[in-house]
Design a protein around this ligand. Structure first.
Ligand code: 5GP
Ligand code: MG
Ligand code: MG
Length: 186
């Protein structure tokens, strides 16, 4: 992506809150009475995780994992490396991975392999957004929020070149029309 961008609102605060509440309700019911470790994927999932755990009615432990990938920040990662390791023990725990968005699924696939190698009792994934048309590997997402079209989204933790994470709502990043082209259109 080059040039100027426009932000177009995709999901409002209310849309997001309703989906977060619905996901939290299902998760709380499924993990009632269990020792749950919630692992957020840095940095994009931080805001979602913070809202999600406050809607859970069960106690949880939280931790984070950092992934690095080759890419320009718009296209997805090809090769994935774990750059920040969770401090919490994984072995024998019920782990819930919290992701901002699953695009090709390659990041998640690498993450699930990393976790599986540490012998958890179970692993499930909660993703605020999924792009079903773009999935390239078969990763199961037990708790999926919004299914979105093949568009690049920002806000509510998600960035473009480290910008826009702080926005409380979710926007699509649209290429702004080039001035002058507009004038010559009519
Ligand atoms: P995947 O490995 O599933 O293709 O990509 C996952 C990661 O790519 C996400 O966790 C996110 O960091 C980044 N990503 C994929 N799609 C988008 C998007 O539409 N907006 C933003 N901001 N990041 C995205
Ligand atoms: Mg992510
Ligand atoms: Mg990013």
């Amino acid at each position: 992506m080059t040039g100027r961008f426009d932000l177009r609102l995709l999901y409002s605060r209310e849309d997001i809150a309703a989906v977060v509440r619905a996901l939290a309700k299902r998760i709380a019911a499924d993990y009632a009475g269990k020792d749950l470790l919630v692992v957020g994927v840095l940095k994009g999932a931080v805001i979602f995780l913070a809202d999600l755990i406050r809607e859970l009615t069960i106690p949880v432990e939280i931790d984070f994992i950092g992934l690095s990938s080759y890419g320009d920040g718009v296209t997805s990662c090809g090769e994935v490396e774990v750059t920040a390791f969770p401090a919490a023990p994984i072995e024998g725990r019920h782990v819930l991975v919290v992701e901002d968005i699953v695009d090709t699924g390659l990041c998640l696939d690498a993450l699930l392999k990393f976790l599986a190698a540490r012998s958890p009792a179970s692993v499930r994934v909660c993703a605020l957004m999924v792009k079903p048309a773009r999935h390239r590997v078969g990763v199961e997402i037990a708790y999926a929020g919004f299914a979105i079209p093949d568009k690049f989204v920002v806000g509510y933790g998600l960035d473009f070149a480290q910008r826009y994470r702080h926005l409380p709502q979710i926007y699509t990043l649209e290429e702004a029309p080039v001035e002058g082209q507009l004038a010559s259109n009519d």
